[in-house]
Design a protein around this ligand. Structure first.
Ligand SMILES: NCc1[nH]cc(CCC(=O)O)c1CC(=O)O
Length: 309
């Protein structure tokens, strides 16, 4: 009998692309394996227009996929690491992290090549408090309007003329072959990315040895060191829901892991930053240290204030 592996995924175009990417990699590695994609509609997809922070955060996009794996309807779930909650349910874990795509935030606009060219008081679309906070710090005059929906919906709202430009993850645009819409990639100094941005993760049953062996070659250790450091920082900050937290790690040419973290007020009036370098093997400790320093400078007060908004 042919061996089968079932991939659970959300049905948004980006999620489907990511699941198909993993399916293609697995088929290339194992020509005899039958790979099936099981598209699921999550509560988060149904509630796309409500403020996510108020209805339970990002976990809403993964619960159905996790139940599918626990019930045996699927073997793995493919996620954007940015959207994977800190905790996993009993019986499931994160088993592989793929090589990271461009981690930057992208400026998308038909009118202005850079944000610096945007006229005083114009309106830019983003629903990310993290992007909003860093943008407002640079350009306090700019009006920021909420922008929800999948990548294609957001681009349509831009084209409808609601905004002079919008901010999106470069990785999503590149994967959907929309890279030509990127007018500028924001530097890590101007817009520190979200934890896990640009990386894809594979979740599976903790006890499933067969699946672990199948997906092991997709794991990219350098990306994993960085993403696990970012996630350790996020876990210590308790940044589960939609909060203005940024964190990005890189491996430097000398082999050191370099993690930068940021917590800010959504209006950009206050931004706390911290950074650390160290051995990638200690990435999670580095993440906790960056979080501790942010907390020592008052990050907990910022996060508490934001949760009450
Ligand atoms: N929050 C939705 C989401 N989750 C992952 C990506 C982009 C791809 C990635 O970061 O891996 C996006 C879209 C966006 O923020 O523009």
């Amino acid at each position: 009998m042919t061996e089968t592996l079932k991939i659970a995924t959300r049905k948004s175009p980006l999620a489907m692309w990511q699941a198909e990417h993993v399916a293609a990699e697995l088929s290339r590695l194992y020509p005899d394996l039958r790979v099936e994609i099981v598209g699921m509609i999550t509560r988060g997809d149904k509630l796309l227009d409500s403020p996510l922070a108020k209805i339970g955060g990002k976990g809403l996009f993964v619960k159905e996929l996790e139940q599918g794996m626990l019930d045996g309807d699927a073997d793995i779930a493919v996620h954007s690491m940015k959207d994977v909650p800190v905790e996993f349910p009993d019986g499931l874990h994160l088993a592989a992290i793929l090589e990271r795509e461009d981690p930057t935030d992208a400026w998308v606009s038909s009118q202005y090549a850079t944000i610096d060219e945007v006229p005083f008081g114009a309106c830019i679309g983003t629903s990310s408090l993290r992007r909003q906070c860093q943008l407002a710090a640079r350009r306090p005059d700019i009006r920021i309007a909420s922008l929800r929906g999948n990548v294609n919906t957001r681009l349509r709202k831009l084209d409808d003329g609601e905004f002079v430009g919008i901010l999106l993850a470069s990785a999503g645009l590149i994967r959907l072959e929309l890279a030509e819409r990127i007018r500028a990639r924001l530097s890590l100094e101007d817009s520190l990315p979200a934890i896990g941005q640009g990386a894809i993760g594979i979740e599976c049953r903790t006890a499933d040895e067969r699946v672990h062996q199948l997906i092991a070659p997709l794991h990219h250790p350098a990306t994993a060191y960085c993403v696990l450091a970012e996630r350790a920082m996020n876990a210590r900050l308790d940044g589960g829901c939609q909060v203005p937290i940024a964190g990005h790690a890189v491996l430097e040419p000398d082999g050191q892991l370099y993690l930068r973290g940021l917590v800010g007020l959504p209006d950009g009036q206050l931004i706390l930053r911290s950074e650390r370098r160290g051995d990638p093997a200690n990435g999670e400790a580095i993440g906790r240290e960056v979080a501790e320093e942010l907390l020592a400078h008052g990050a907990d007060h910022i996060l508490e204030a934001v949760r009450e908004l």
